[in-house]
Design a protein around this ligand. Structure first.
Ligand code: GDP
Ligand code: MG
Length: 165
């Protein structure tokens, strides 16, 4: 049979981690070296065939700046899935990702699927957060984990598919 599902997905994480770039890569197959900062949040929709179902993702790409923090619950409330993004070259962005995970664990939908994405995997020589560290953290908290690169496209589709299954 054929099923049509709707899924609200939210991207959270530090400003500059690459949330908008991951969405742009996934939705349009593009990458911009000078991606503009998101103001408030941006909305995209993408329909995907997953097994024998059609899933319409409603993707909310949030800004990440602290001054927009109070708006975040509007975006993650009712979300089936969240992708929390950090930049593998920034310890601070990893700390910020952990704060988002904590907030979602406290305030988010308890059935929410969460994925942690260590983005900018192409910048291996500038890496500050090890795979081992991020993987261990993800495992402790029941999150999917992947290193991604919006620039090279590595693992980007896999990340979104993982969330949709
Ligand atoms: P956001 O604030 O989390 O939405 O981050 P953006 O998507 O705006 O990206 C911030 C900057 O990082 C931009 O200049 C992007 O071109 C760059 N960027 C994003 N993803 C990657 C990546 O995977 N690799 C590299 N090298 N740069 C990236
Ligand atoms: Mg953005």
């Amino acid at each position: 049979g054929h099923n049509n599902l709707n899924a609200k997905l939210v991207l959270l994480g530090d400003m500059g981690a690459g949330k908008s770039s991951l969405v742009l890569r996934f939705v349009k197959g593009q990458f911009l070296e000078f991606q503009e900062s998101t103001i408030g949040a941006a909305f995209f929709s993408q329909t995907l065939a997953v097994n024998d179902a059609t899933v319409k993702f409603e993707i909310w790409d949030t800004a990440g700046q602290e001054r927009y923090h109070s708006l975040a619950p509007m975006y993650y409330r009712g979300a089936a899935a969240a992708i929390i993004v950090y930049d593998i070259t920034s310890i601070d962005s990893f700390a910020r990702a952990k704060k988002w995970v904590l907030e979602l664990q406290k305030q988010g939908n308890p059935n929410m699927v969460m994925a942690l994405a260590g983005n900018k995997a192409d910048l291996e020589d500038k890496k500050k957060v090890t795979v081992e560290e991020a993987h261990a953290y993800a495992e402790e908290n029941g999150l999917f984990f992947m290193e991604t690169s919006a620039k090279t496209a590595i693992n980007v589709n896999d990340l979104f598919y993982e969330i949709g299954l």
